[in-house]
Design a protein around this ligand. Structure first.
Ligand code: ADP
Ligand code: MG
Length: 307
């Protein structure tokens, strides 16, 4: 998943919970890895334009959630954006500004309605040859949800499941009963320990998407790694970072992960509206380019300084 996982747990079965979770993360990664010839994603790519492919139930469930949000967001969130993500190559050595014609070609292979799901046998199909999926905005969320279930089975009441700090789950609270304290990084700073605020978190998933971790600059213009699949370009958003908190629930990790990306693409106004009409309550904070912050719900946020 291109990140470093840090798991901590407290309780009699803490070691077993962490060990099992790590195995589970590796198992999940293998299901979606492009390096594994038989991974679900490679089989989907191979059968694109031809056949439905049976998937692991957890990957099917992930795609079902993903499609629901693609529909609701009118494609702002879309895991079929892979050809565009790869074309731009942001965060890799191949990052460059593609020619408009290349973008058009890639866009022809993008679009959530071209990912078909069949629930009877947990299978899926990409309707056009050349299509591909990119789960970079949701997979860490699934990993968190799965680790959380393992913690539960081992009776862990305290811990942190941290997938590279941009997505995490705070299990229970700290030993003294106080909430976990999660630092929100200053977008412009180089120092990852430079926090502008702290979220007090108890039994919830938190995810942050921003334009400052993976980007490149060409001709004075900054291109970041979150793509607007409809435009074919890095999302022209008025946001620099979005943090979303989802309280408990089996898919809390997945939803917080995808929602932070989705809201980032939508921009502050539409993103806030989207969050407010969800059938469950989310909390969060949107950082605008102009320095303003929009707090969603009763996010327990402590400001340290200006973001
Ligand atoms: P990070 O992985 O840096 O924590 P995100 O969770 O926001 O950040 O995920 C960004 C990743 O999601 C991108 O690197 C890419 O793989 C994928 N992605 C980019 N744009 C979209 C989009 N519009 N819909 C779905 N996935 C996207
Ligand atoms: Mg995300």
């Amino acid at each position: 998943m291109g990140t470093v996982a840090t798991l901590s747990a407290e309780g009699e079965e803490a070691q077993a919970a962490v060990t099992e979770s790590i195995h589970r993360l590796q198992e999940l990664e293998a299901m979606v890895s492009f390096e594994e010839p038989d991974s679900d994603l490679n089989r989907l790519v191979e059968a694109a334009g031809k056949d439905f492919v049976p998937l692991h139930p957890e990957i099917y469930a992930l795609l079902a959630v993903s499609q629901e949000y693609s529909r609701q967001s009118d494609g702002a969130w879309d895991v079929t954006a892979a050809p565009l993500v790869e074309l731009w190559g942001i965060g890799t050595a191949k990052a460059r500004v593609p020619a408009p014609q290349e973008i058009e070609q890639a866009k022809a292979l993008v679009g959530w309605p071209k990912l078909l799901l069949r629930s009877d046998d947990n299978s899926a199909m990409l309707t056009e040859p050349g299509m591909k999926l990119d789960l970079g905005g949701i997979m860490k969320g699934l990993a968190i949800d799965e680790a959380r279930k393992i913690y539960e089975r081992h009776g862990i009441t305290r811990g942190l499941i941290n997938l590279g700090t941009s997505s995490l789950y705070a299990v229970g609270s700290r030993a003294d009963g106080s909430p976990w304290r999660i630092g929100l990084r200053r977008p412009e700073g180089d120092d990852p320990k430079d926090y502008w605020g702290v979220v007090n978190l108890r039994e919830a998933a938190l995810s942050t998407s921003g334009d400052y971790e993976r980007f490149f600059t060409a001709d004075g213009e900054r291109y970041h790694h979150i793509i607007d699949p409809r435009a074919g370009y890095p999302a022209k958003t008025n946001l620099t970072a979005v943090t979303i908190v989802v309280q408990s629930g089996e898919t809390a990790g997945m939803r917080s992960d995808l929602l932070s990306t989705l809201v980032f693409v939508m921009g502050a106004e539409a993103g806030e509206k989207f969050l407010r009409q969800l059938p469950y309550s989310v909390q969060g904070v949107l950082l605008l380019e102009n320095g303003r912050q929009v707090v969603i719900g009763d996010l327990p946020l402590e400001m340290k300084s200006r973001p």
